[in-house]
Design a protein around this ligand. Structure first.
Ligand SMILES: [Zn+2]
Length: 480
């Protein structure tokens, strides 16, 4: 009995010691603050806002299955008007509305690819400004679908090149502008551009796409601006789950109907999440980097993952769905169907799942878990489409350093946080031909932009545009 007591006491003392070590370690590490604030430049802001507004007014909604090329050709006309030198000096290739420009540099050894998509998601509901108004208000906000996602990025890429061309600048390395018109629908615009580059034998040194941004207040409790650099993109799969029966009249329903079985399946996944939560090395880097800028308890928890990792794995899912999505493959229930009549039992009911795969539990393993559960409720599983999570971007390469050095040069005092993205981008198509595809759009995104993208009242602040132009120019210059 005594031995057990000693063991318990010993373990307790060890826990206290470890806790004490973590607290002392945190107290000895000074709290950090993000020092960067946007530099104002009213003249440039106004000129850039006008150009972006023109691009927003040109509606470029993409729809699955039917990409109307004429719509994008009209947009290309606007681009040619706004950026005449780009269109005079660069080699332009258009593939079904997707655009690829090559700016020949002094060398073709380490090509740089700057990406931003032309298409936008549909705009619905009541907005304070028209869906595609391109209104510029007194505070210098440019309103309309696409202003933040992703035309501000596209505009500043073109503007950066336009200004360098006006100065007679020759880039040290080849520069490509790659702009798909099907990003929002996961279409083949970007894959066609990648195939074109592959055909030409081009192996990009660095690809810079949207994803992360100069994010204001990225997490509750963490204030200021941060350069969020997307280095890990989850995979995605859509699965059709179906339940069958003999159907029949609804006046004498039998038990275990297709809808009842599907419902139990859904409840099971919601209640006992079957996916494995892990703090990946990329998430660890993200938490440590960001935690250093938070209050004491953040610094204690995120700065000592060796001790609090298992606790965080339990805590994070209850903080927010976004926090949960950083840890594991997610399962979302997106579409459902039953019979065609109110009084008809369905012979088949279906449910669509949207999965976002983590590298530690990719499609094969995740889908196997779903299949096993489906079997339990006598359901069939059909894969509609799927792709695995991307290889995480390595942060110890010269190409990644080129990007981070440029961020530091253009945004002094802005903390850098490599992060795990929960959404998808076109950059994943480039991973086949490029090892360093970083998702970072140098535009300031605050909570309003996060809500506005794909939501209501999308707008972007004109003050974030000059910094973005400077960033793209510096990146082109620095790629020597
Ligand atoms: Zn986008």
């Amino acid at each position: 009995m005594k031995i057990v007591l000693y063991i318990v006491l010993g373990l307790l003392a060890l826990c206290l010691l470890l806790l004490l070590a973590a607290v002392i370690r945190t107290l000895l590490t000074p709290a950090r603050r993000s020092e960067w604030t946007p530099r104002r430049d009213p003249e440039r802001e106004a000129a850039y806002a006008e150009k972006l507004a023109r691009m927003v007014r040109c509606e470029t909604v993409s729809a699955k299955g039917e990409i109307r090329r004429e719509k994008f050709l009209a947009f290309h006309g606007v681009l040619a008007e706004l950026f005449p030198l780009v269109h005079e000096k660069l080699e332009k290739t258009e593939i079904d509305g997707a655009l690829l420009y090559r700016w020949p540099g002094a060398s073709a050894e380490r090509p740089l690819v700057l990406m931003a998509h032309q298409d936008v998601v549909p705009a619905e509901g009541e907005w304070t400004h028209g869906h595609f108004s391109g209104d510029i208000d007194e505070e210098g906000r440019i309103w309309g679908r696409g202003s933040a996602d992703d035309k501000s990025s596209l505009m500043t890429i073109f503007q950066a090149v336009e200004e360098l061309l006006a100065d007679g600048f020759i880039p040290p390395q080849d520069v490509y502008i790659s702009s798909s018109n099907t990003e929002e629908v996961g279409g083949d615009g970007c894959p066609k551009l990648v195939a074109e580059l592959e055909k030409r034998g081009v192996k990009p040194y660095l690809v810079n796409d949207e994803g992360g941004a100069v994010t204001a207040d990225p997490m509750a409790g963490i204030h200021g601006h941060f350069a969020m650099l997307g280095i890990l993109e989850k995979g995605q799969g859509n699965l059709l789950i179906s339940a069958r029966s003999r159907g029949g009249h609804s006046s004498y329903p039998a038990k275990n109907s297709p809808i009842a079985r599907l419902s139990r399946f859904v409840c099971d996944i919601e209640k006992h999440n079957p996916m494995r939560s892990v703090i990946t090395p990329q998430l660890k880097t993200m938490l440590e980097n960001m935690g250093a800028y938070g209050p004491f308890h953040f610094r204690l928890l995120f700065g000592n993952l060796w001790l609090f990792g298992p606790l965080l794995i339990r805590l994070m899912p209850s903080l927010s769905p976004q926090a949960a999505a950083l840890l594991r493959t997610t399962v979302a229930f997106t579409m459902q169907s039953g019979s065609d009549g109110c009084n008809v039992l369905p012979q088949e009911a279906t449910l669509t799942l949207n999965l976002r795969y983590m590298p530690h539990q990719n499609r094969e393993e995740s889908n196997a878990i779903i299949r096993k559960l489906a079997q339990k409720y006598d359901l069939e599983v059909k894969i509609i489409d799927e792709y695995d999570a991307c290889e995480p971007v390595r942060t110890d390469t010269p190409a990644f350093r080129l990007l981070t050095d440029t961020v530091r040069e253009v945004f002094p005092g802005l903390p850098l946080v490599p992060y795990v993205m929960t959404g998808g981008t076109d950059a994943r198509h480039y991973q086949r031909i490029c090892g360093t595809c970083v998702r970072f759009c140098p535009i300031v995104y605050g909570p309003d932009q996060m809500k506005g993208m794909h939501g209501l009242n999308e707008y972007v602040d004109a003050y974030s545009l000059p910094g973005a132009v400077d960033y793209y120019q510096a990146l082109i210059r620095n790629n020597k």
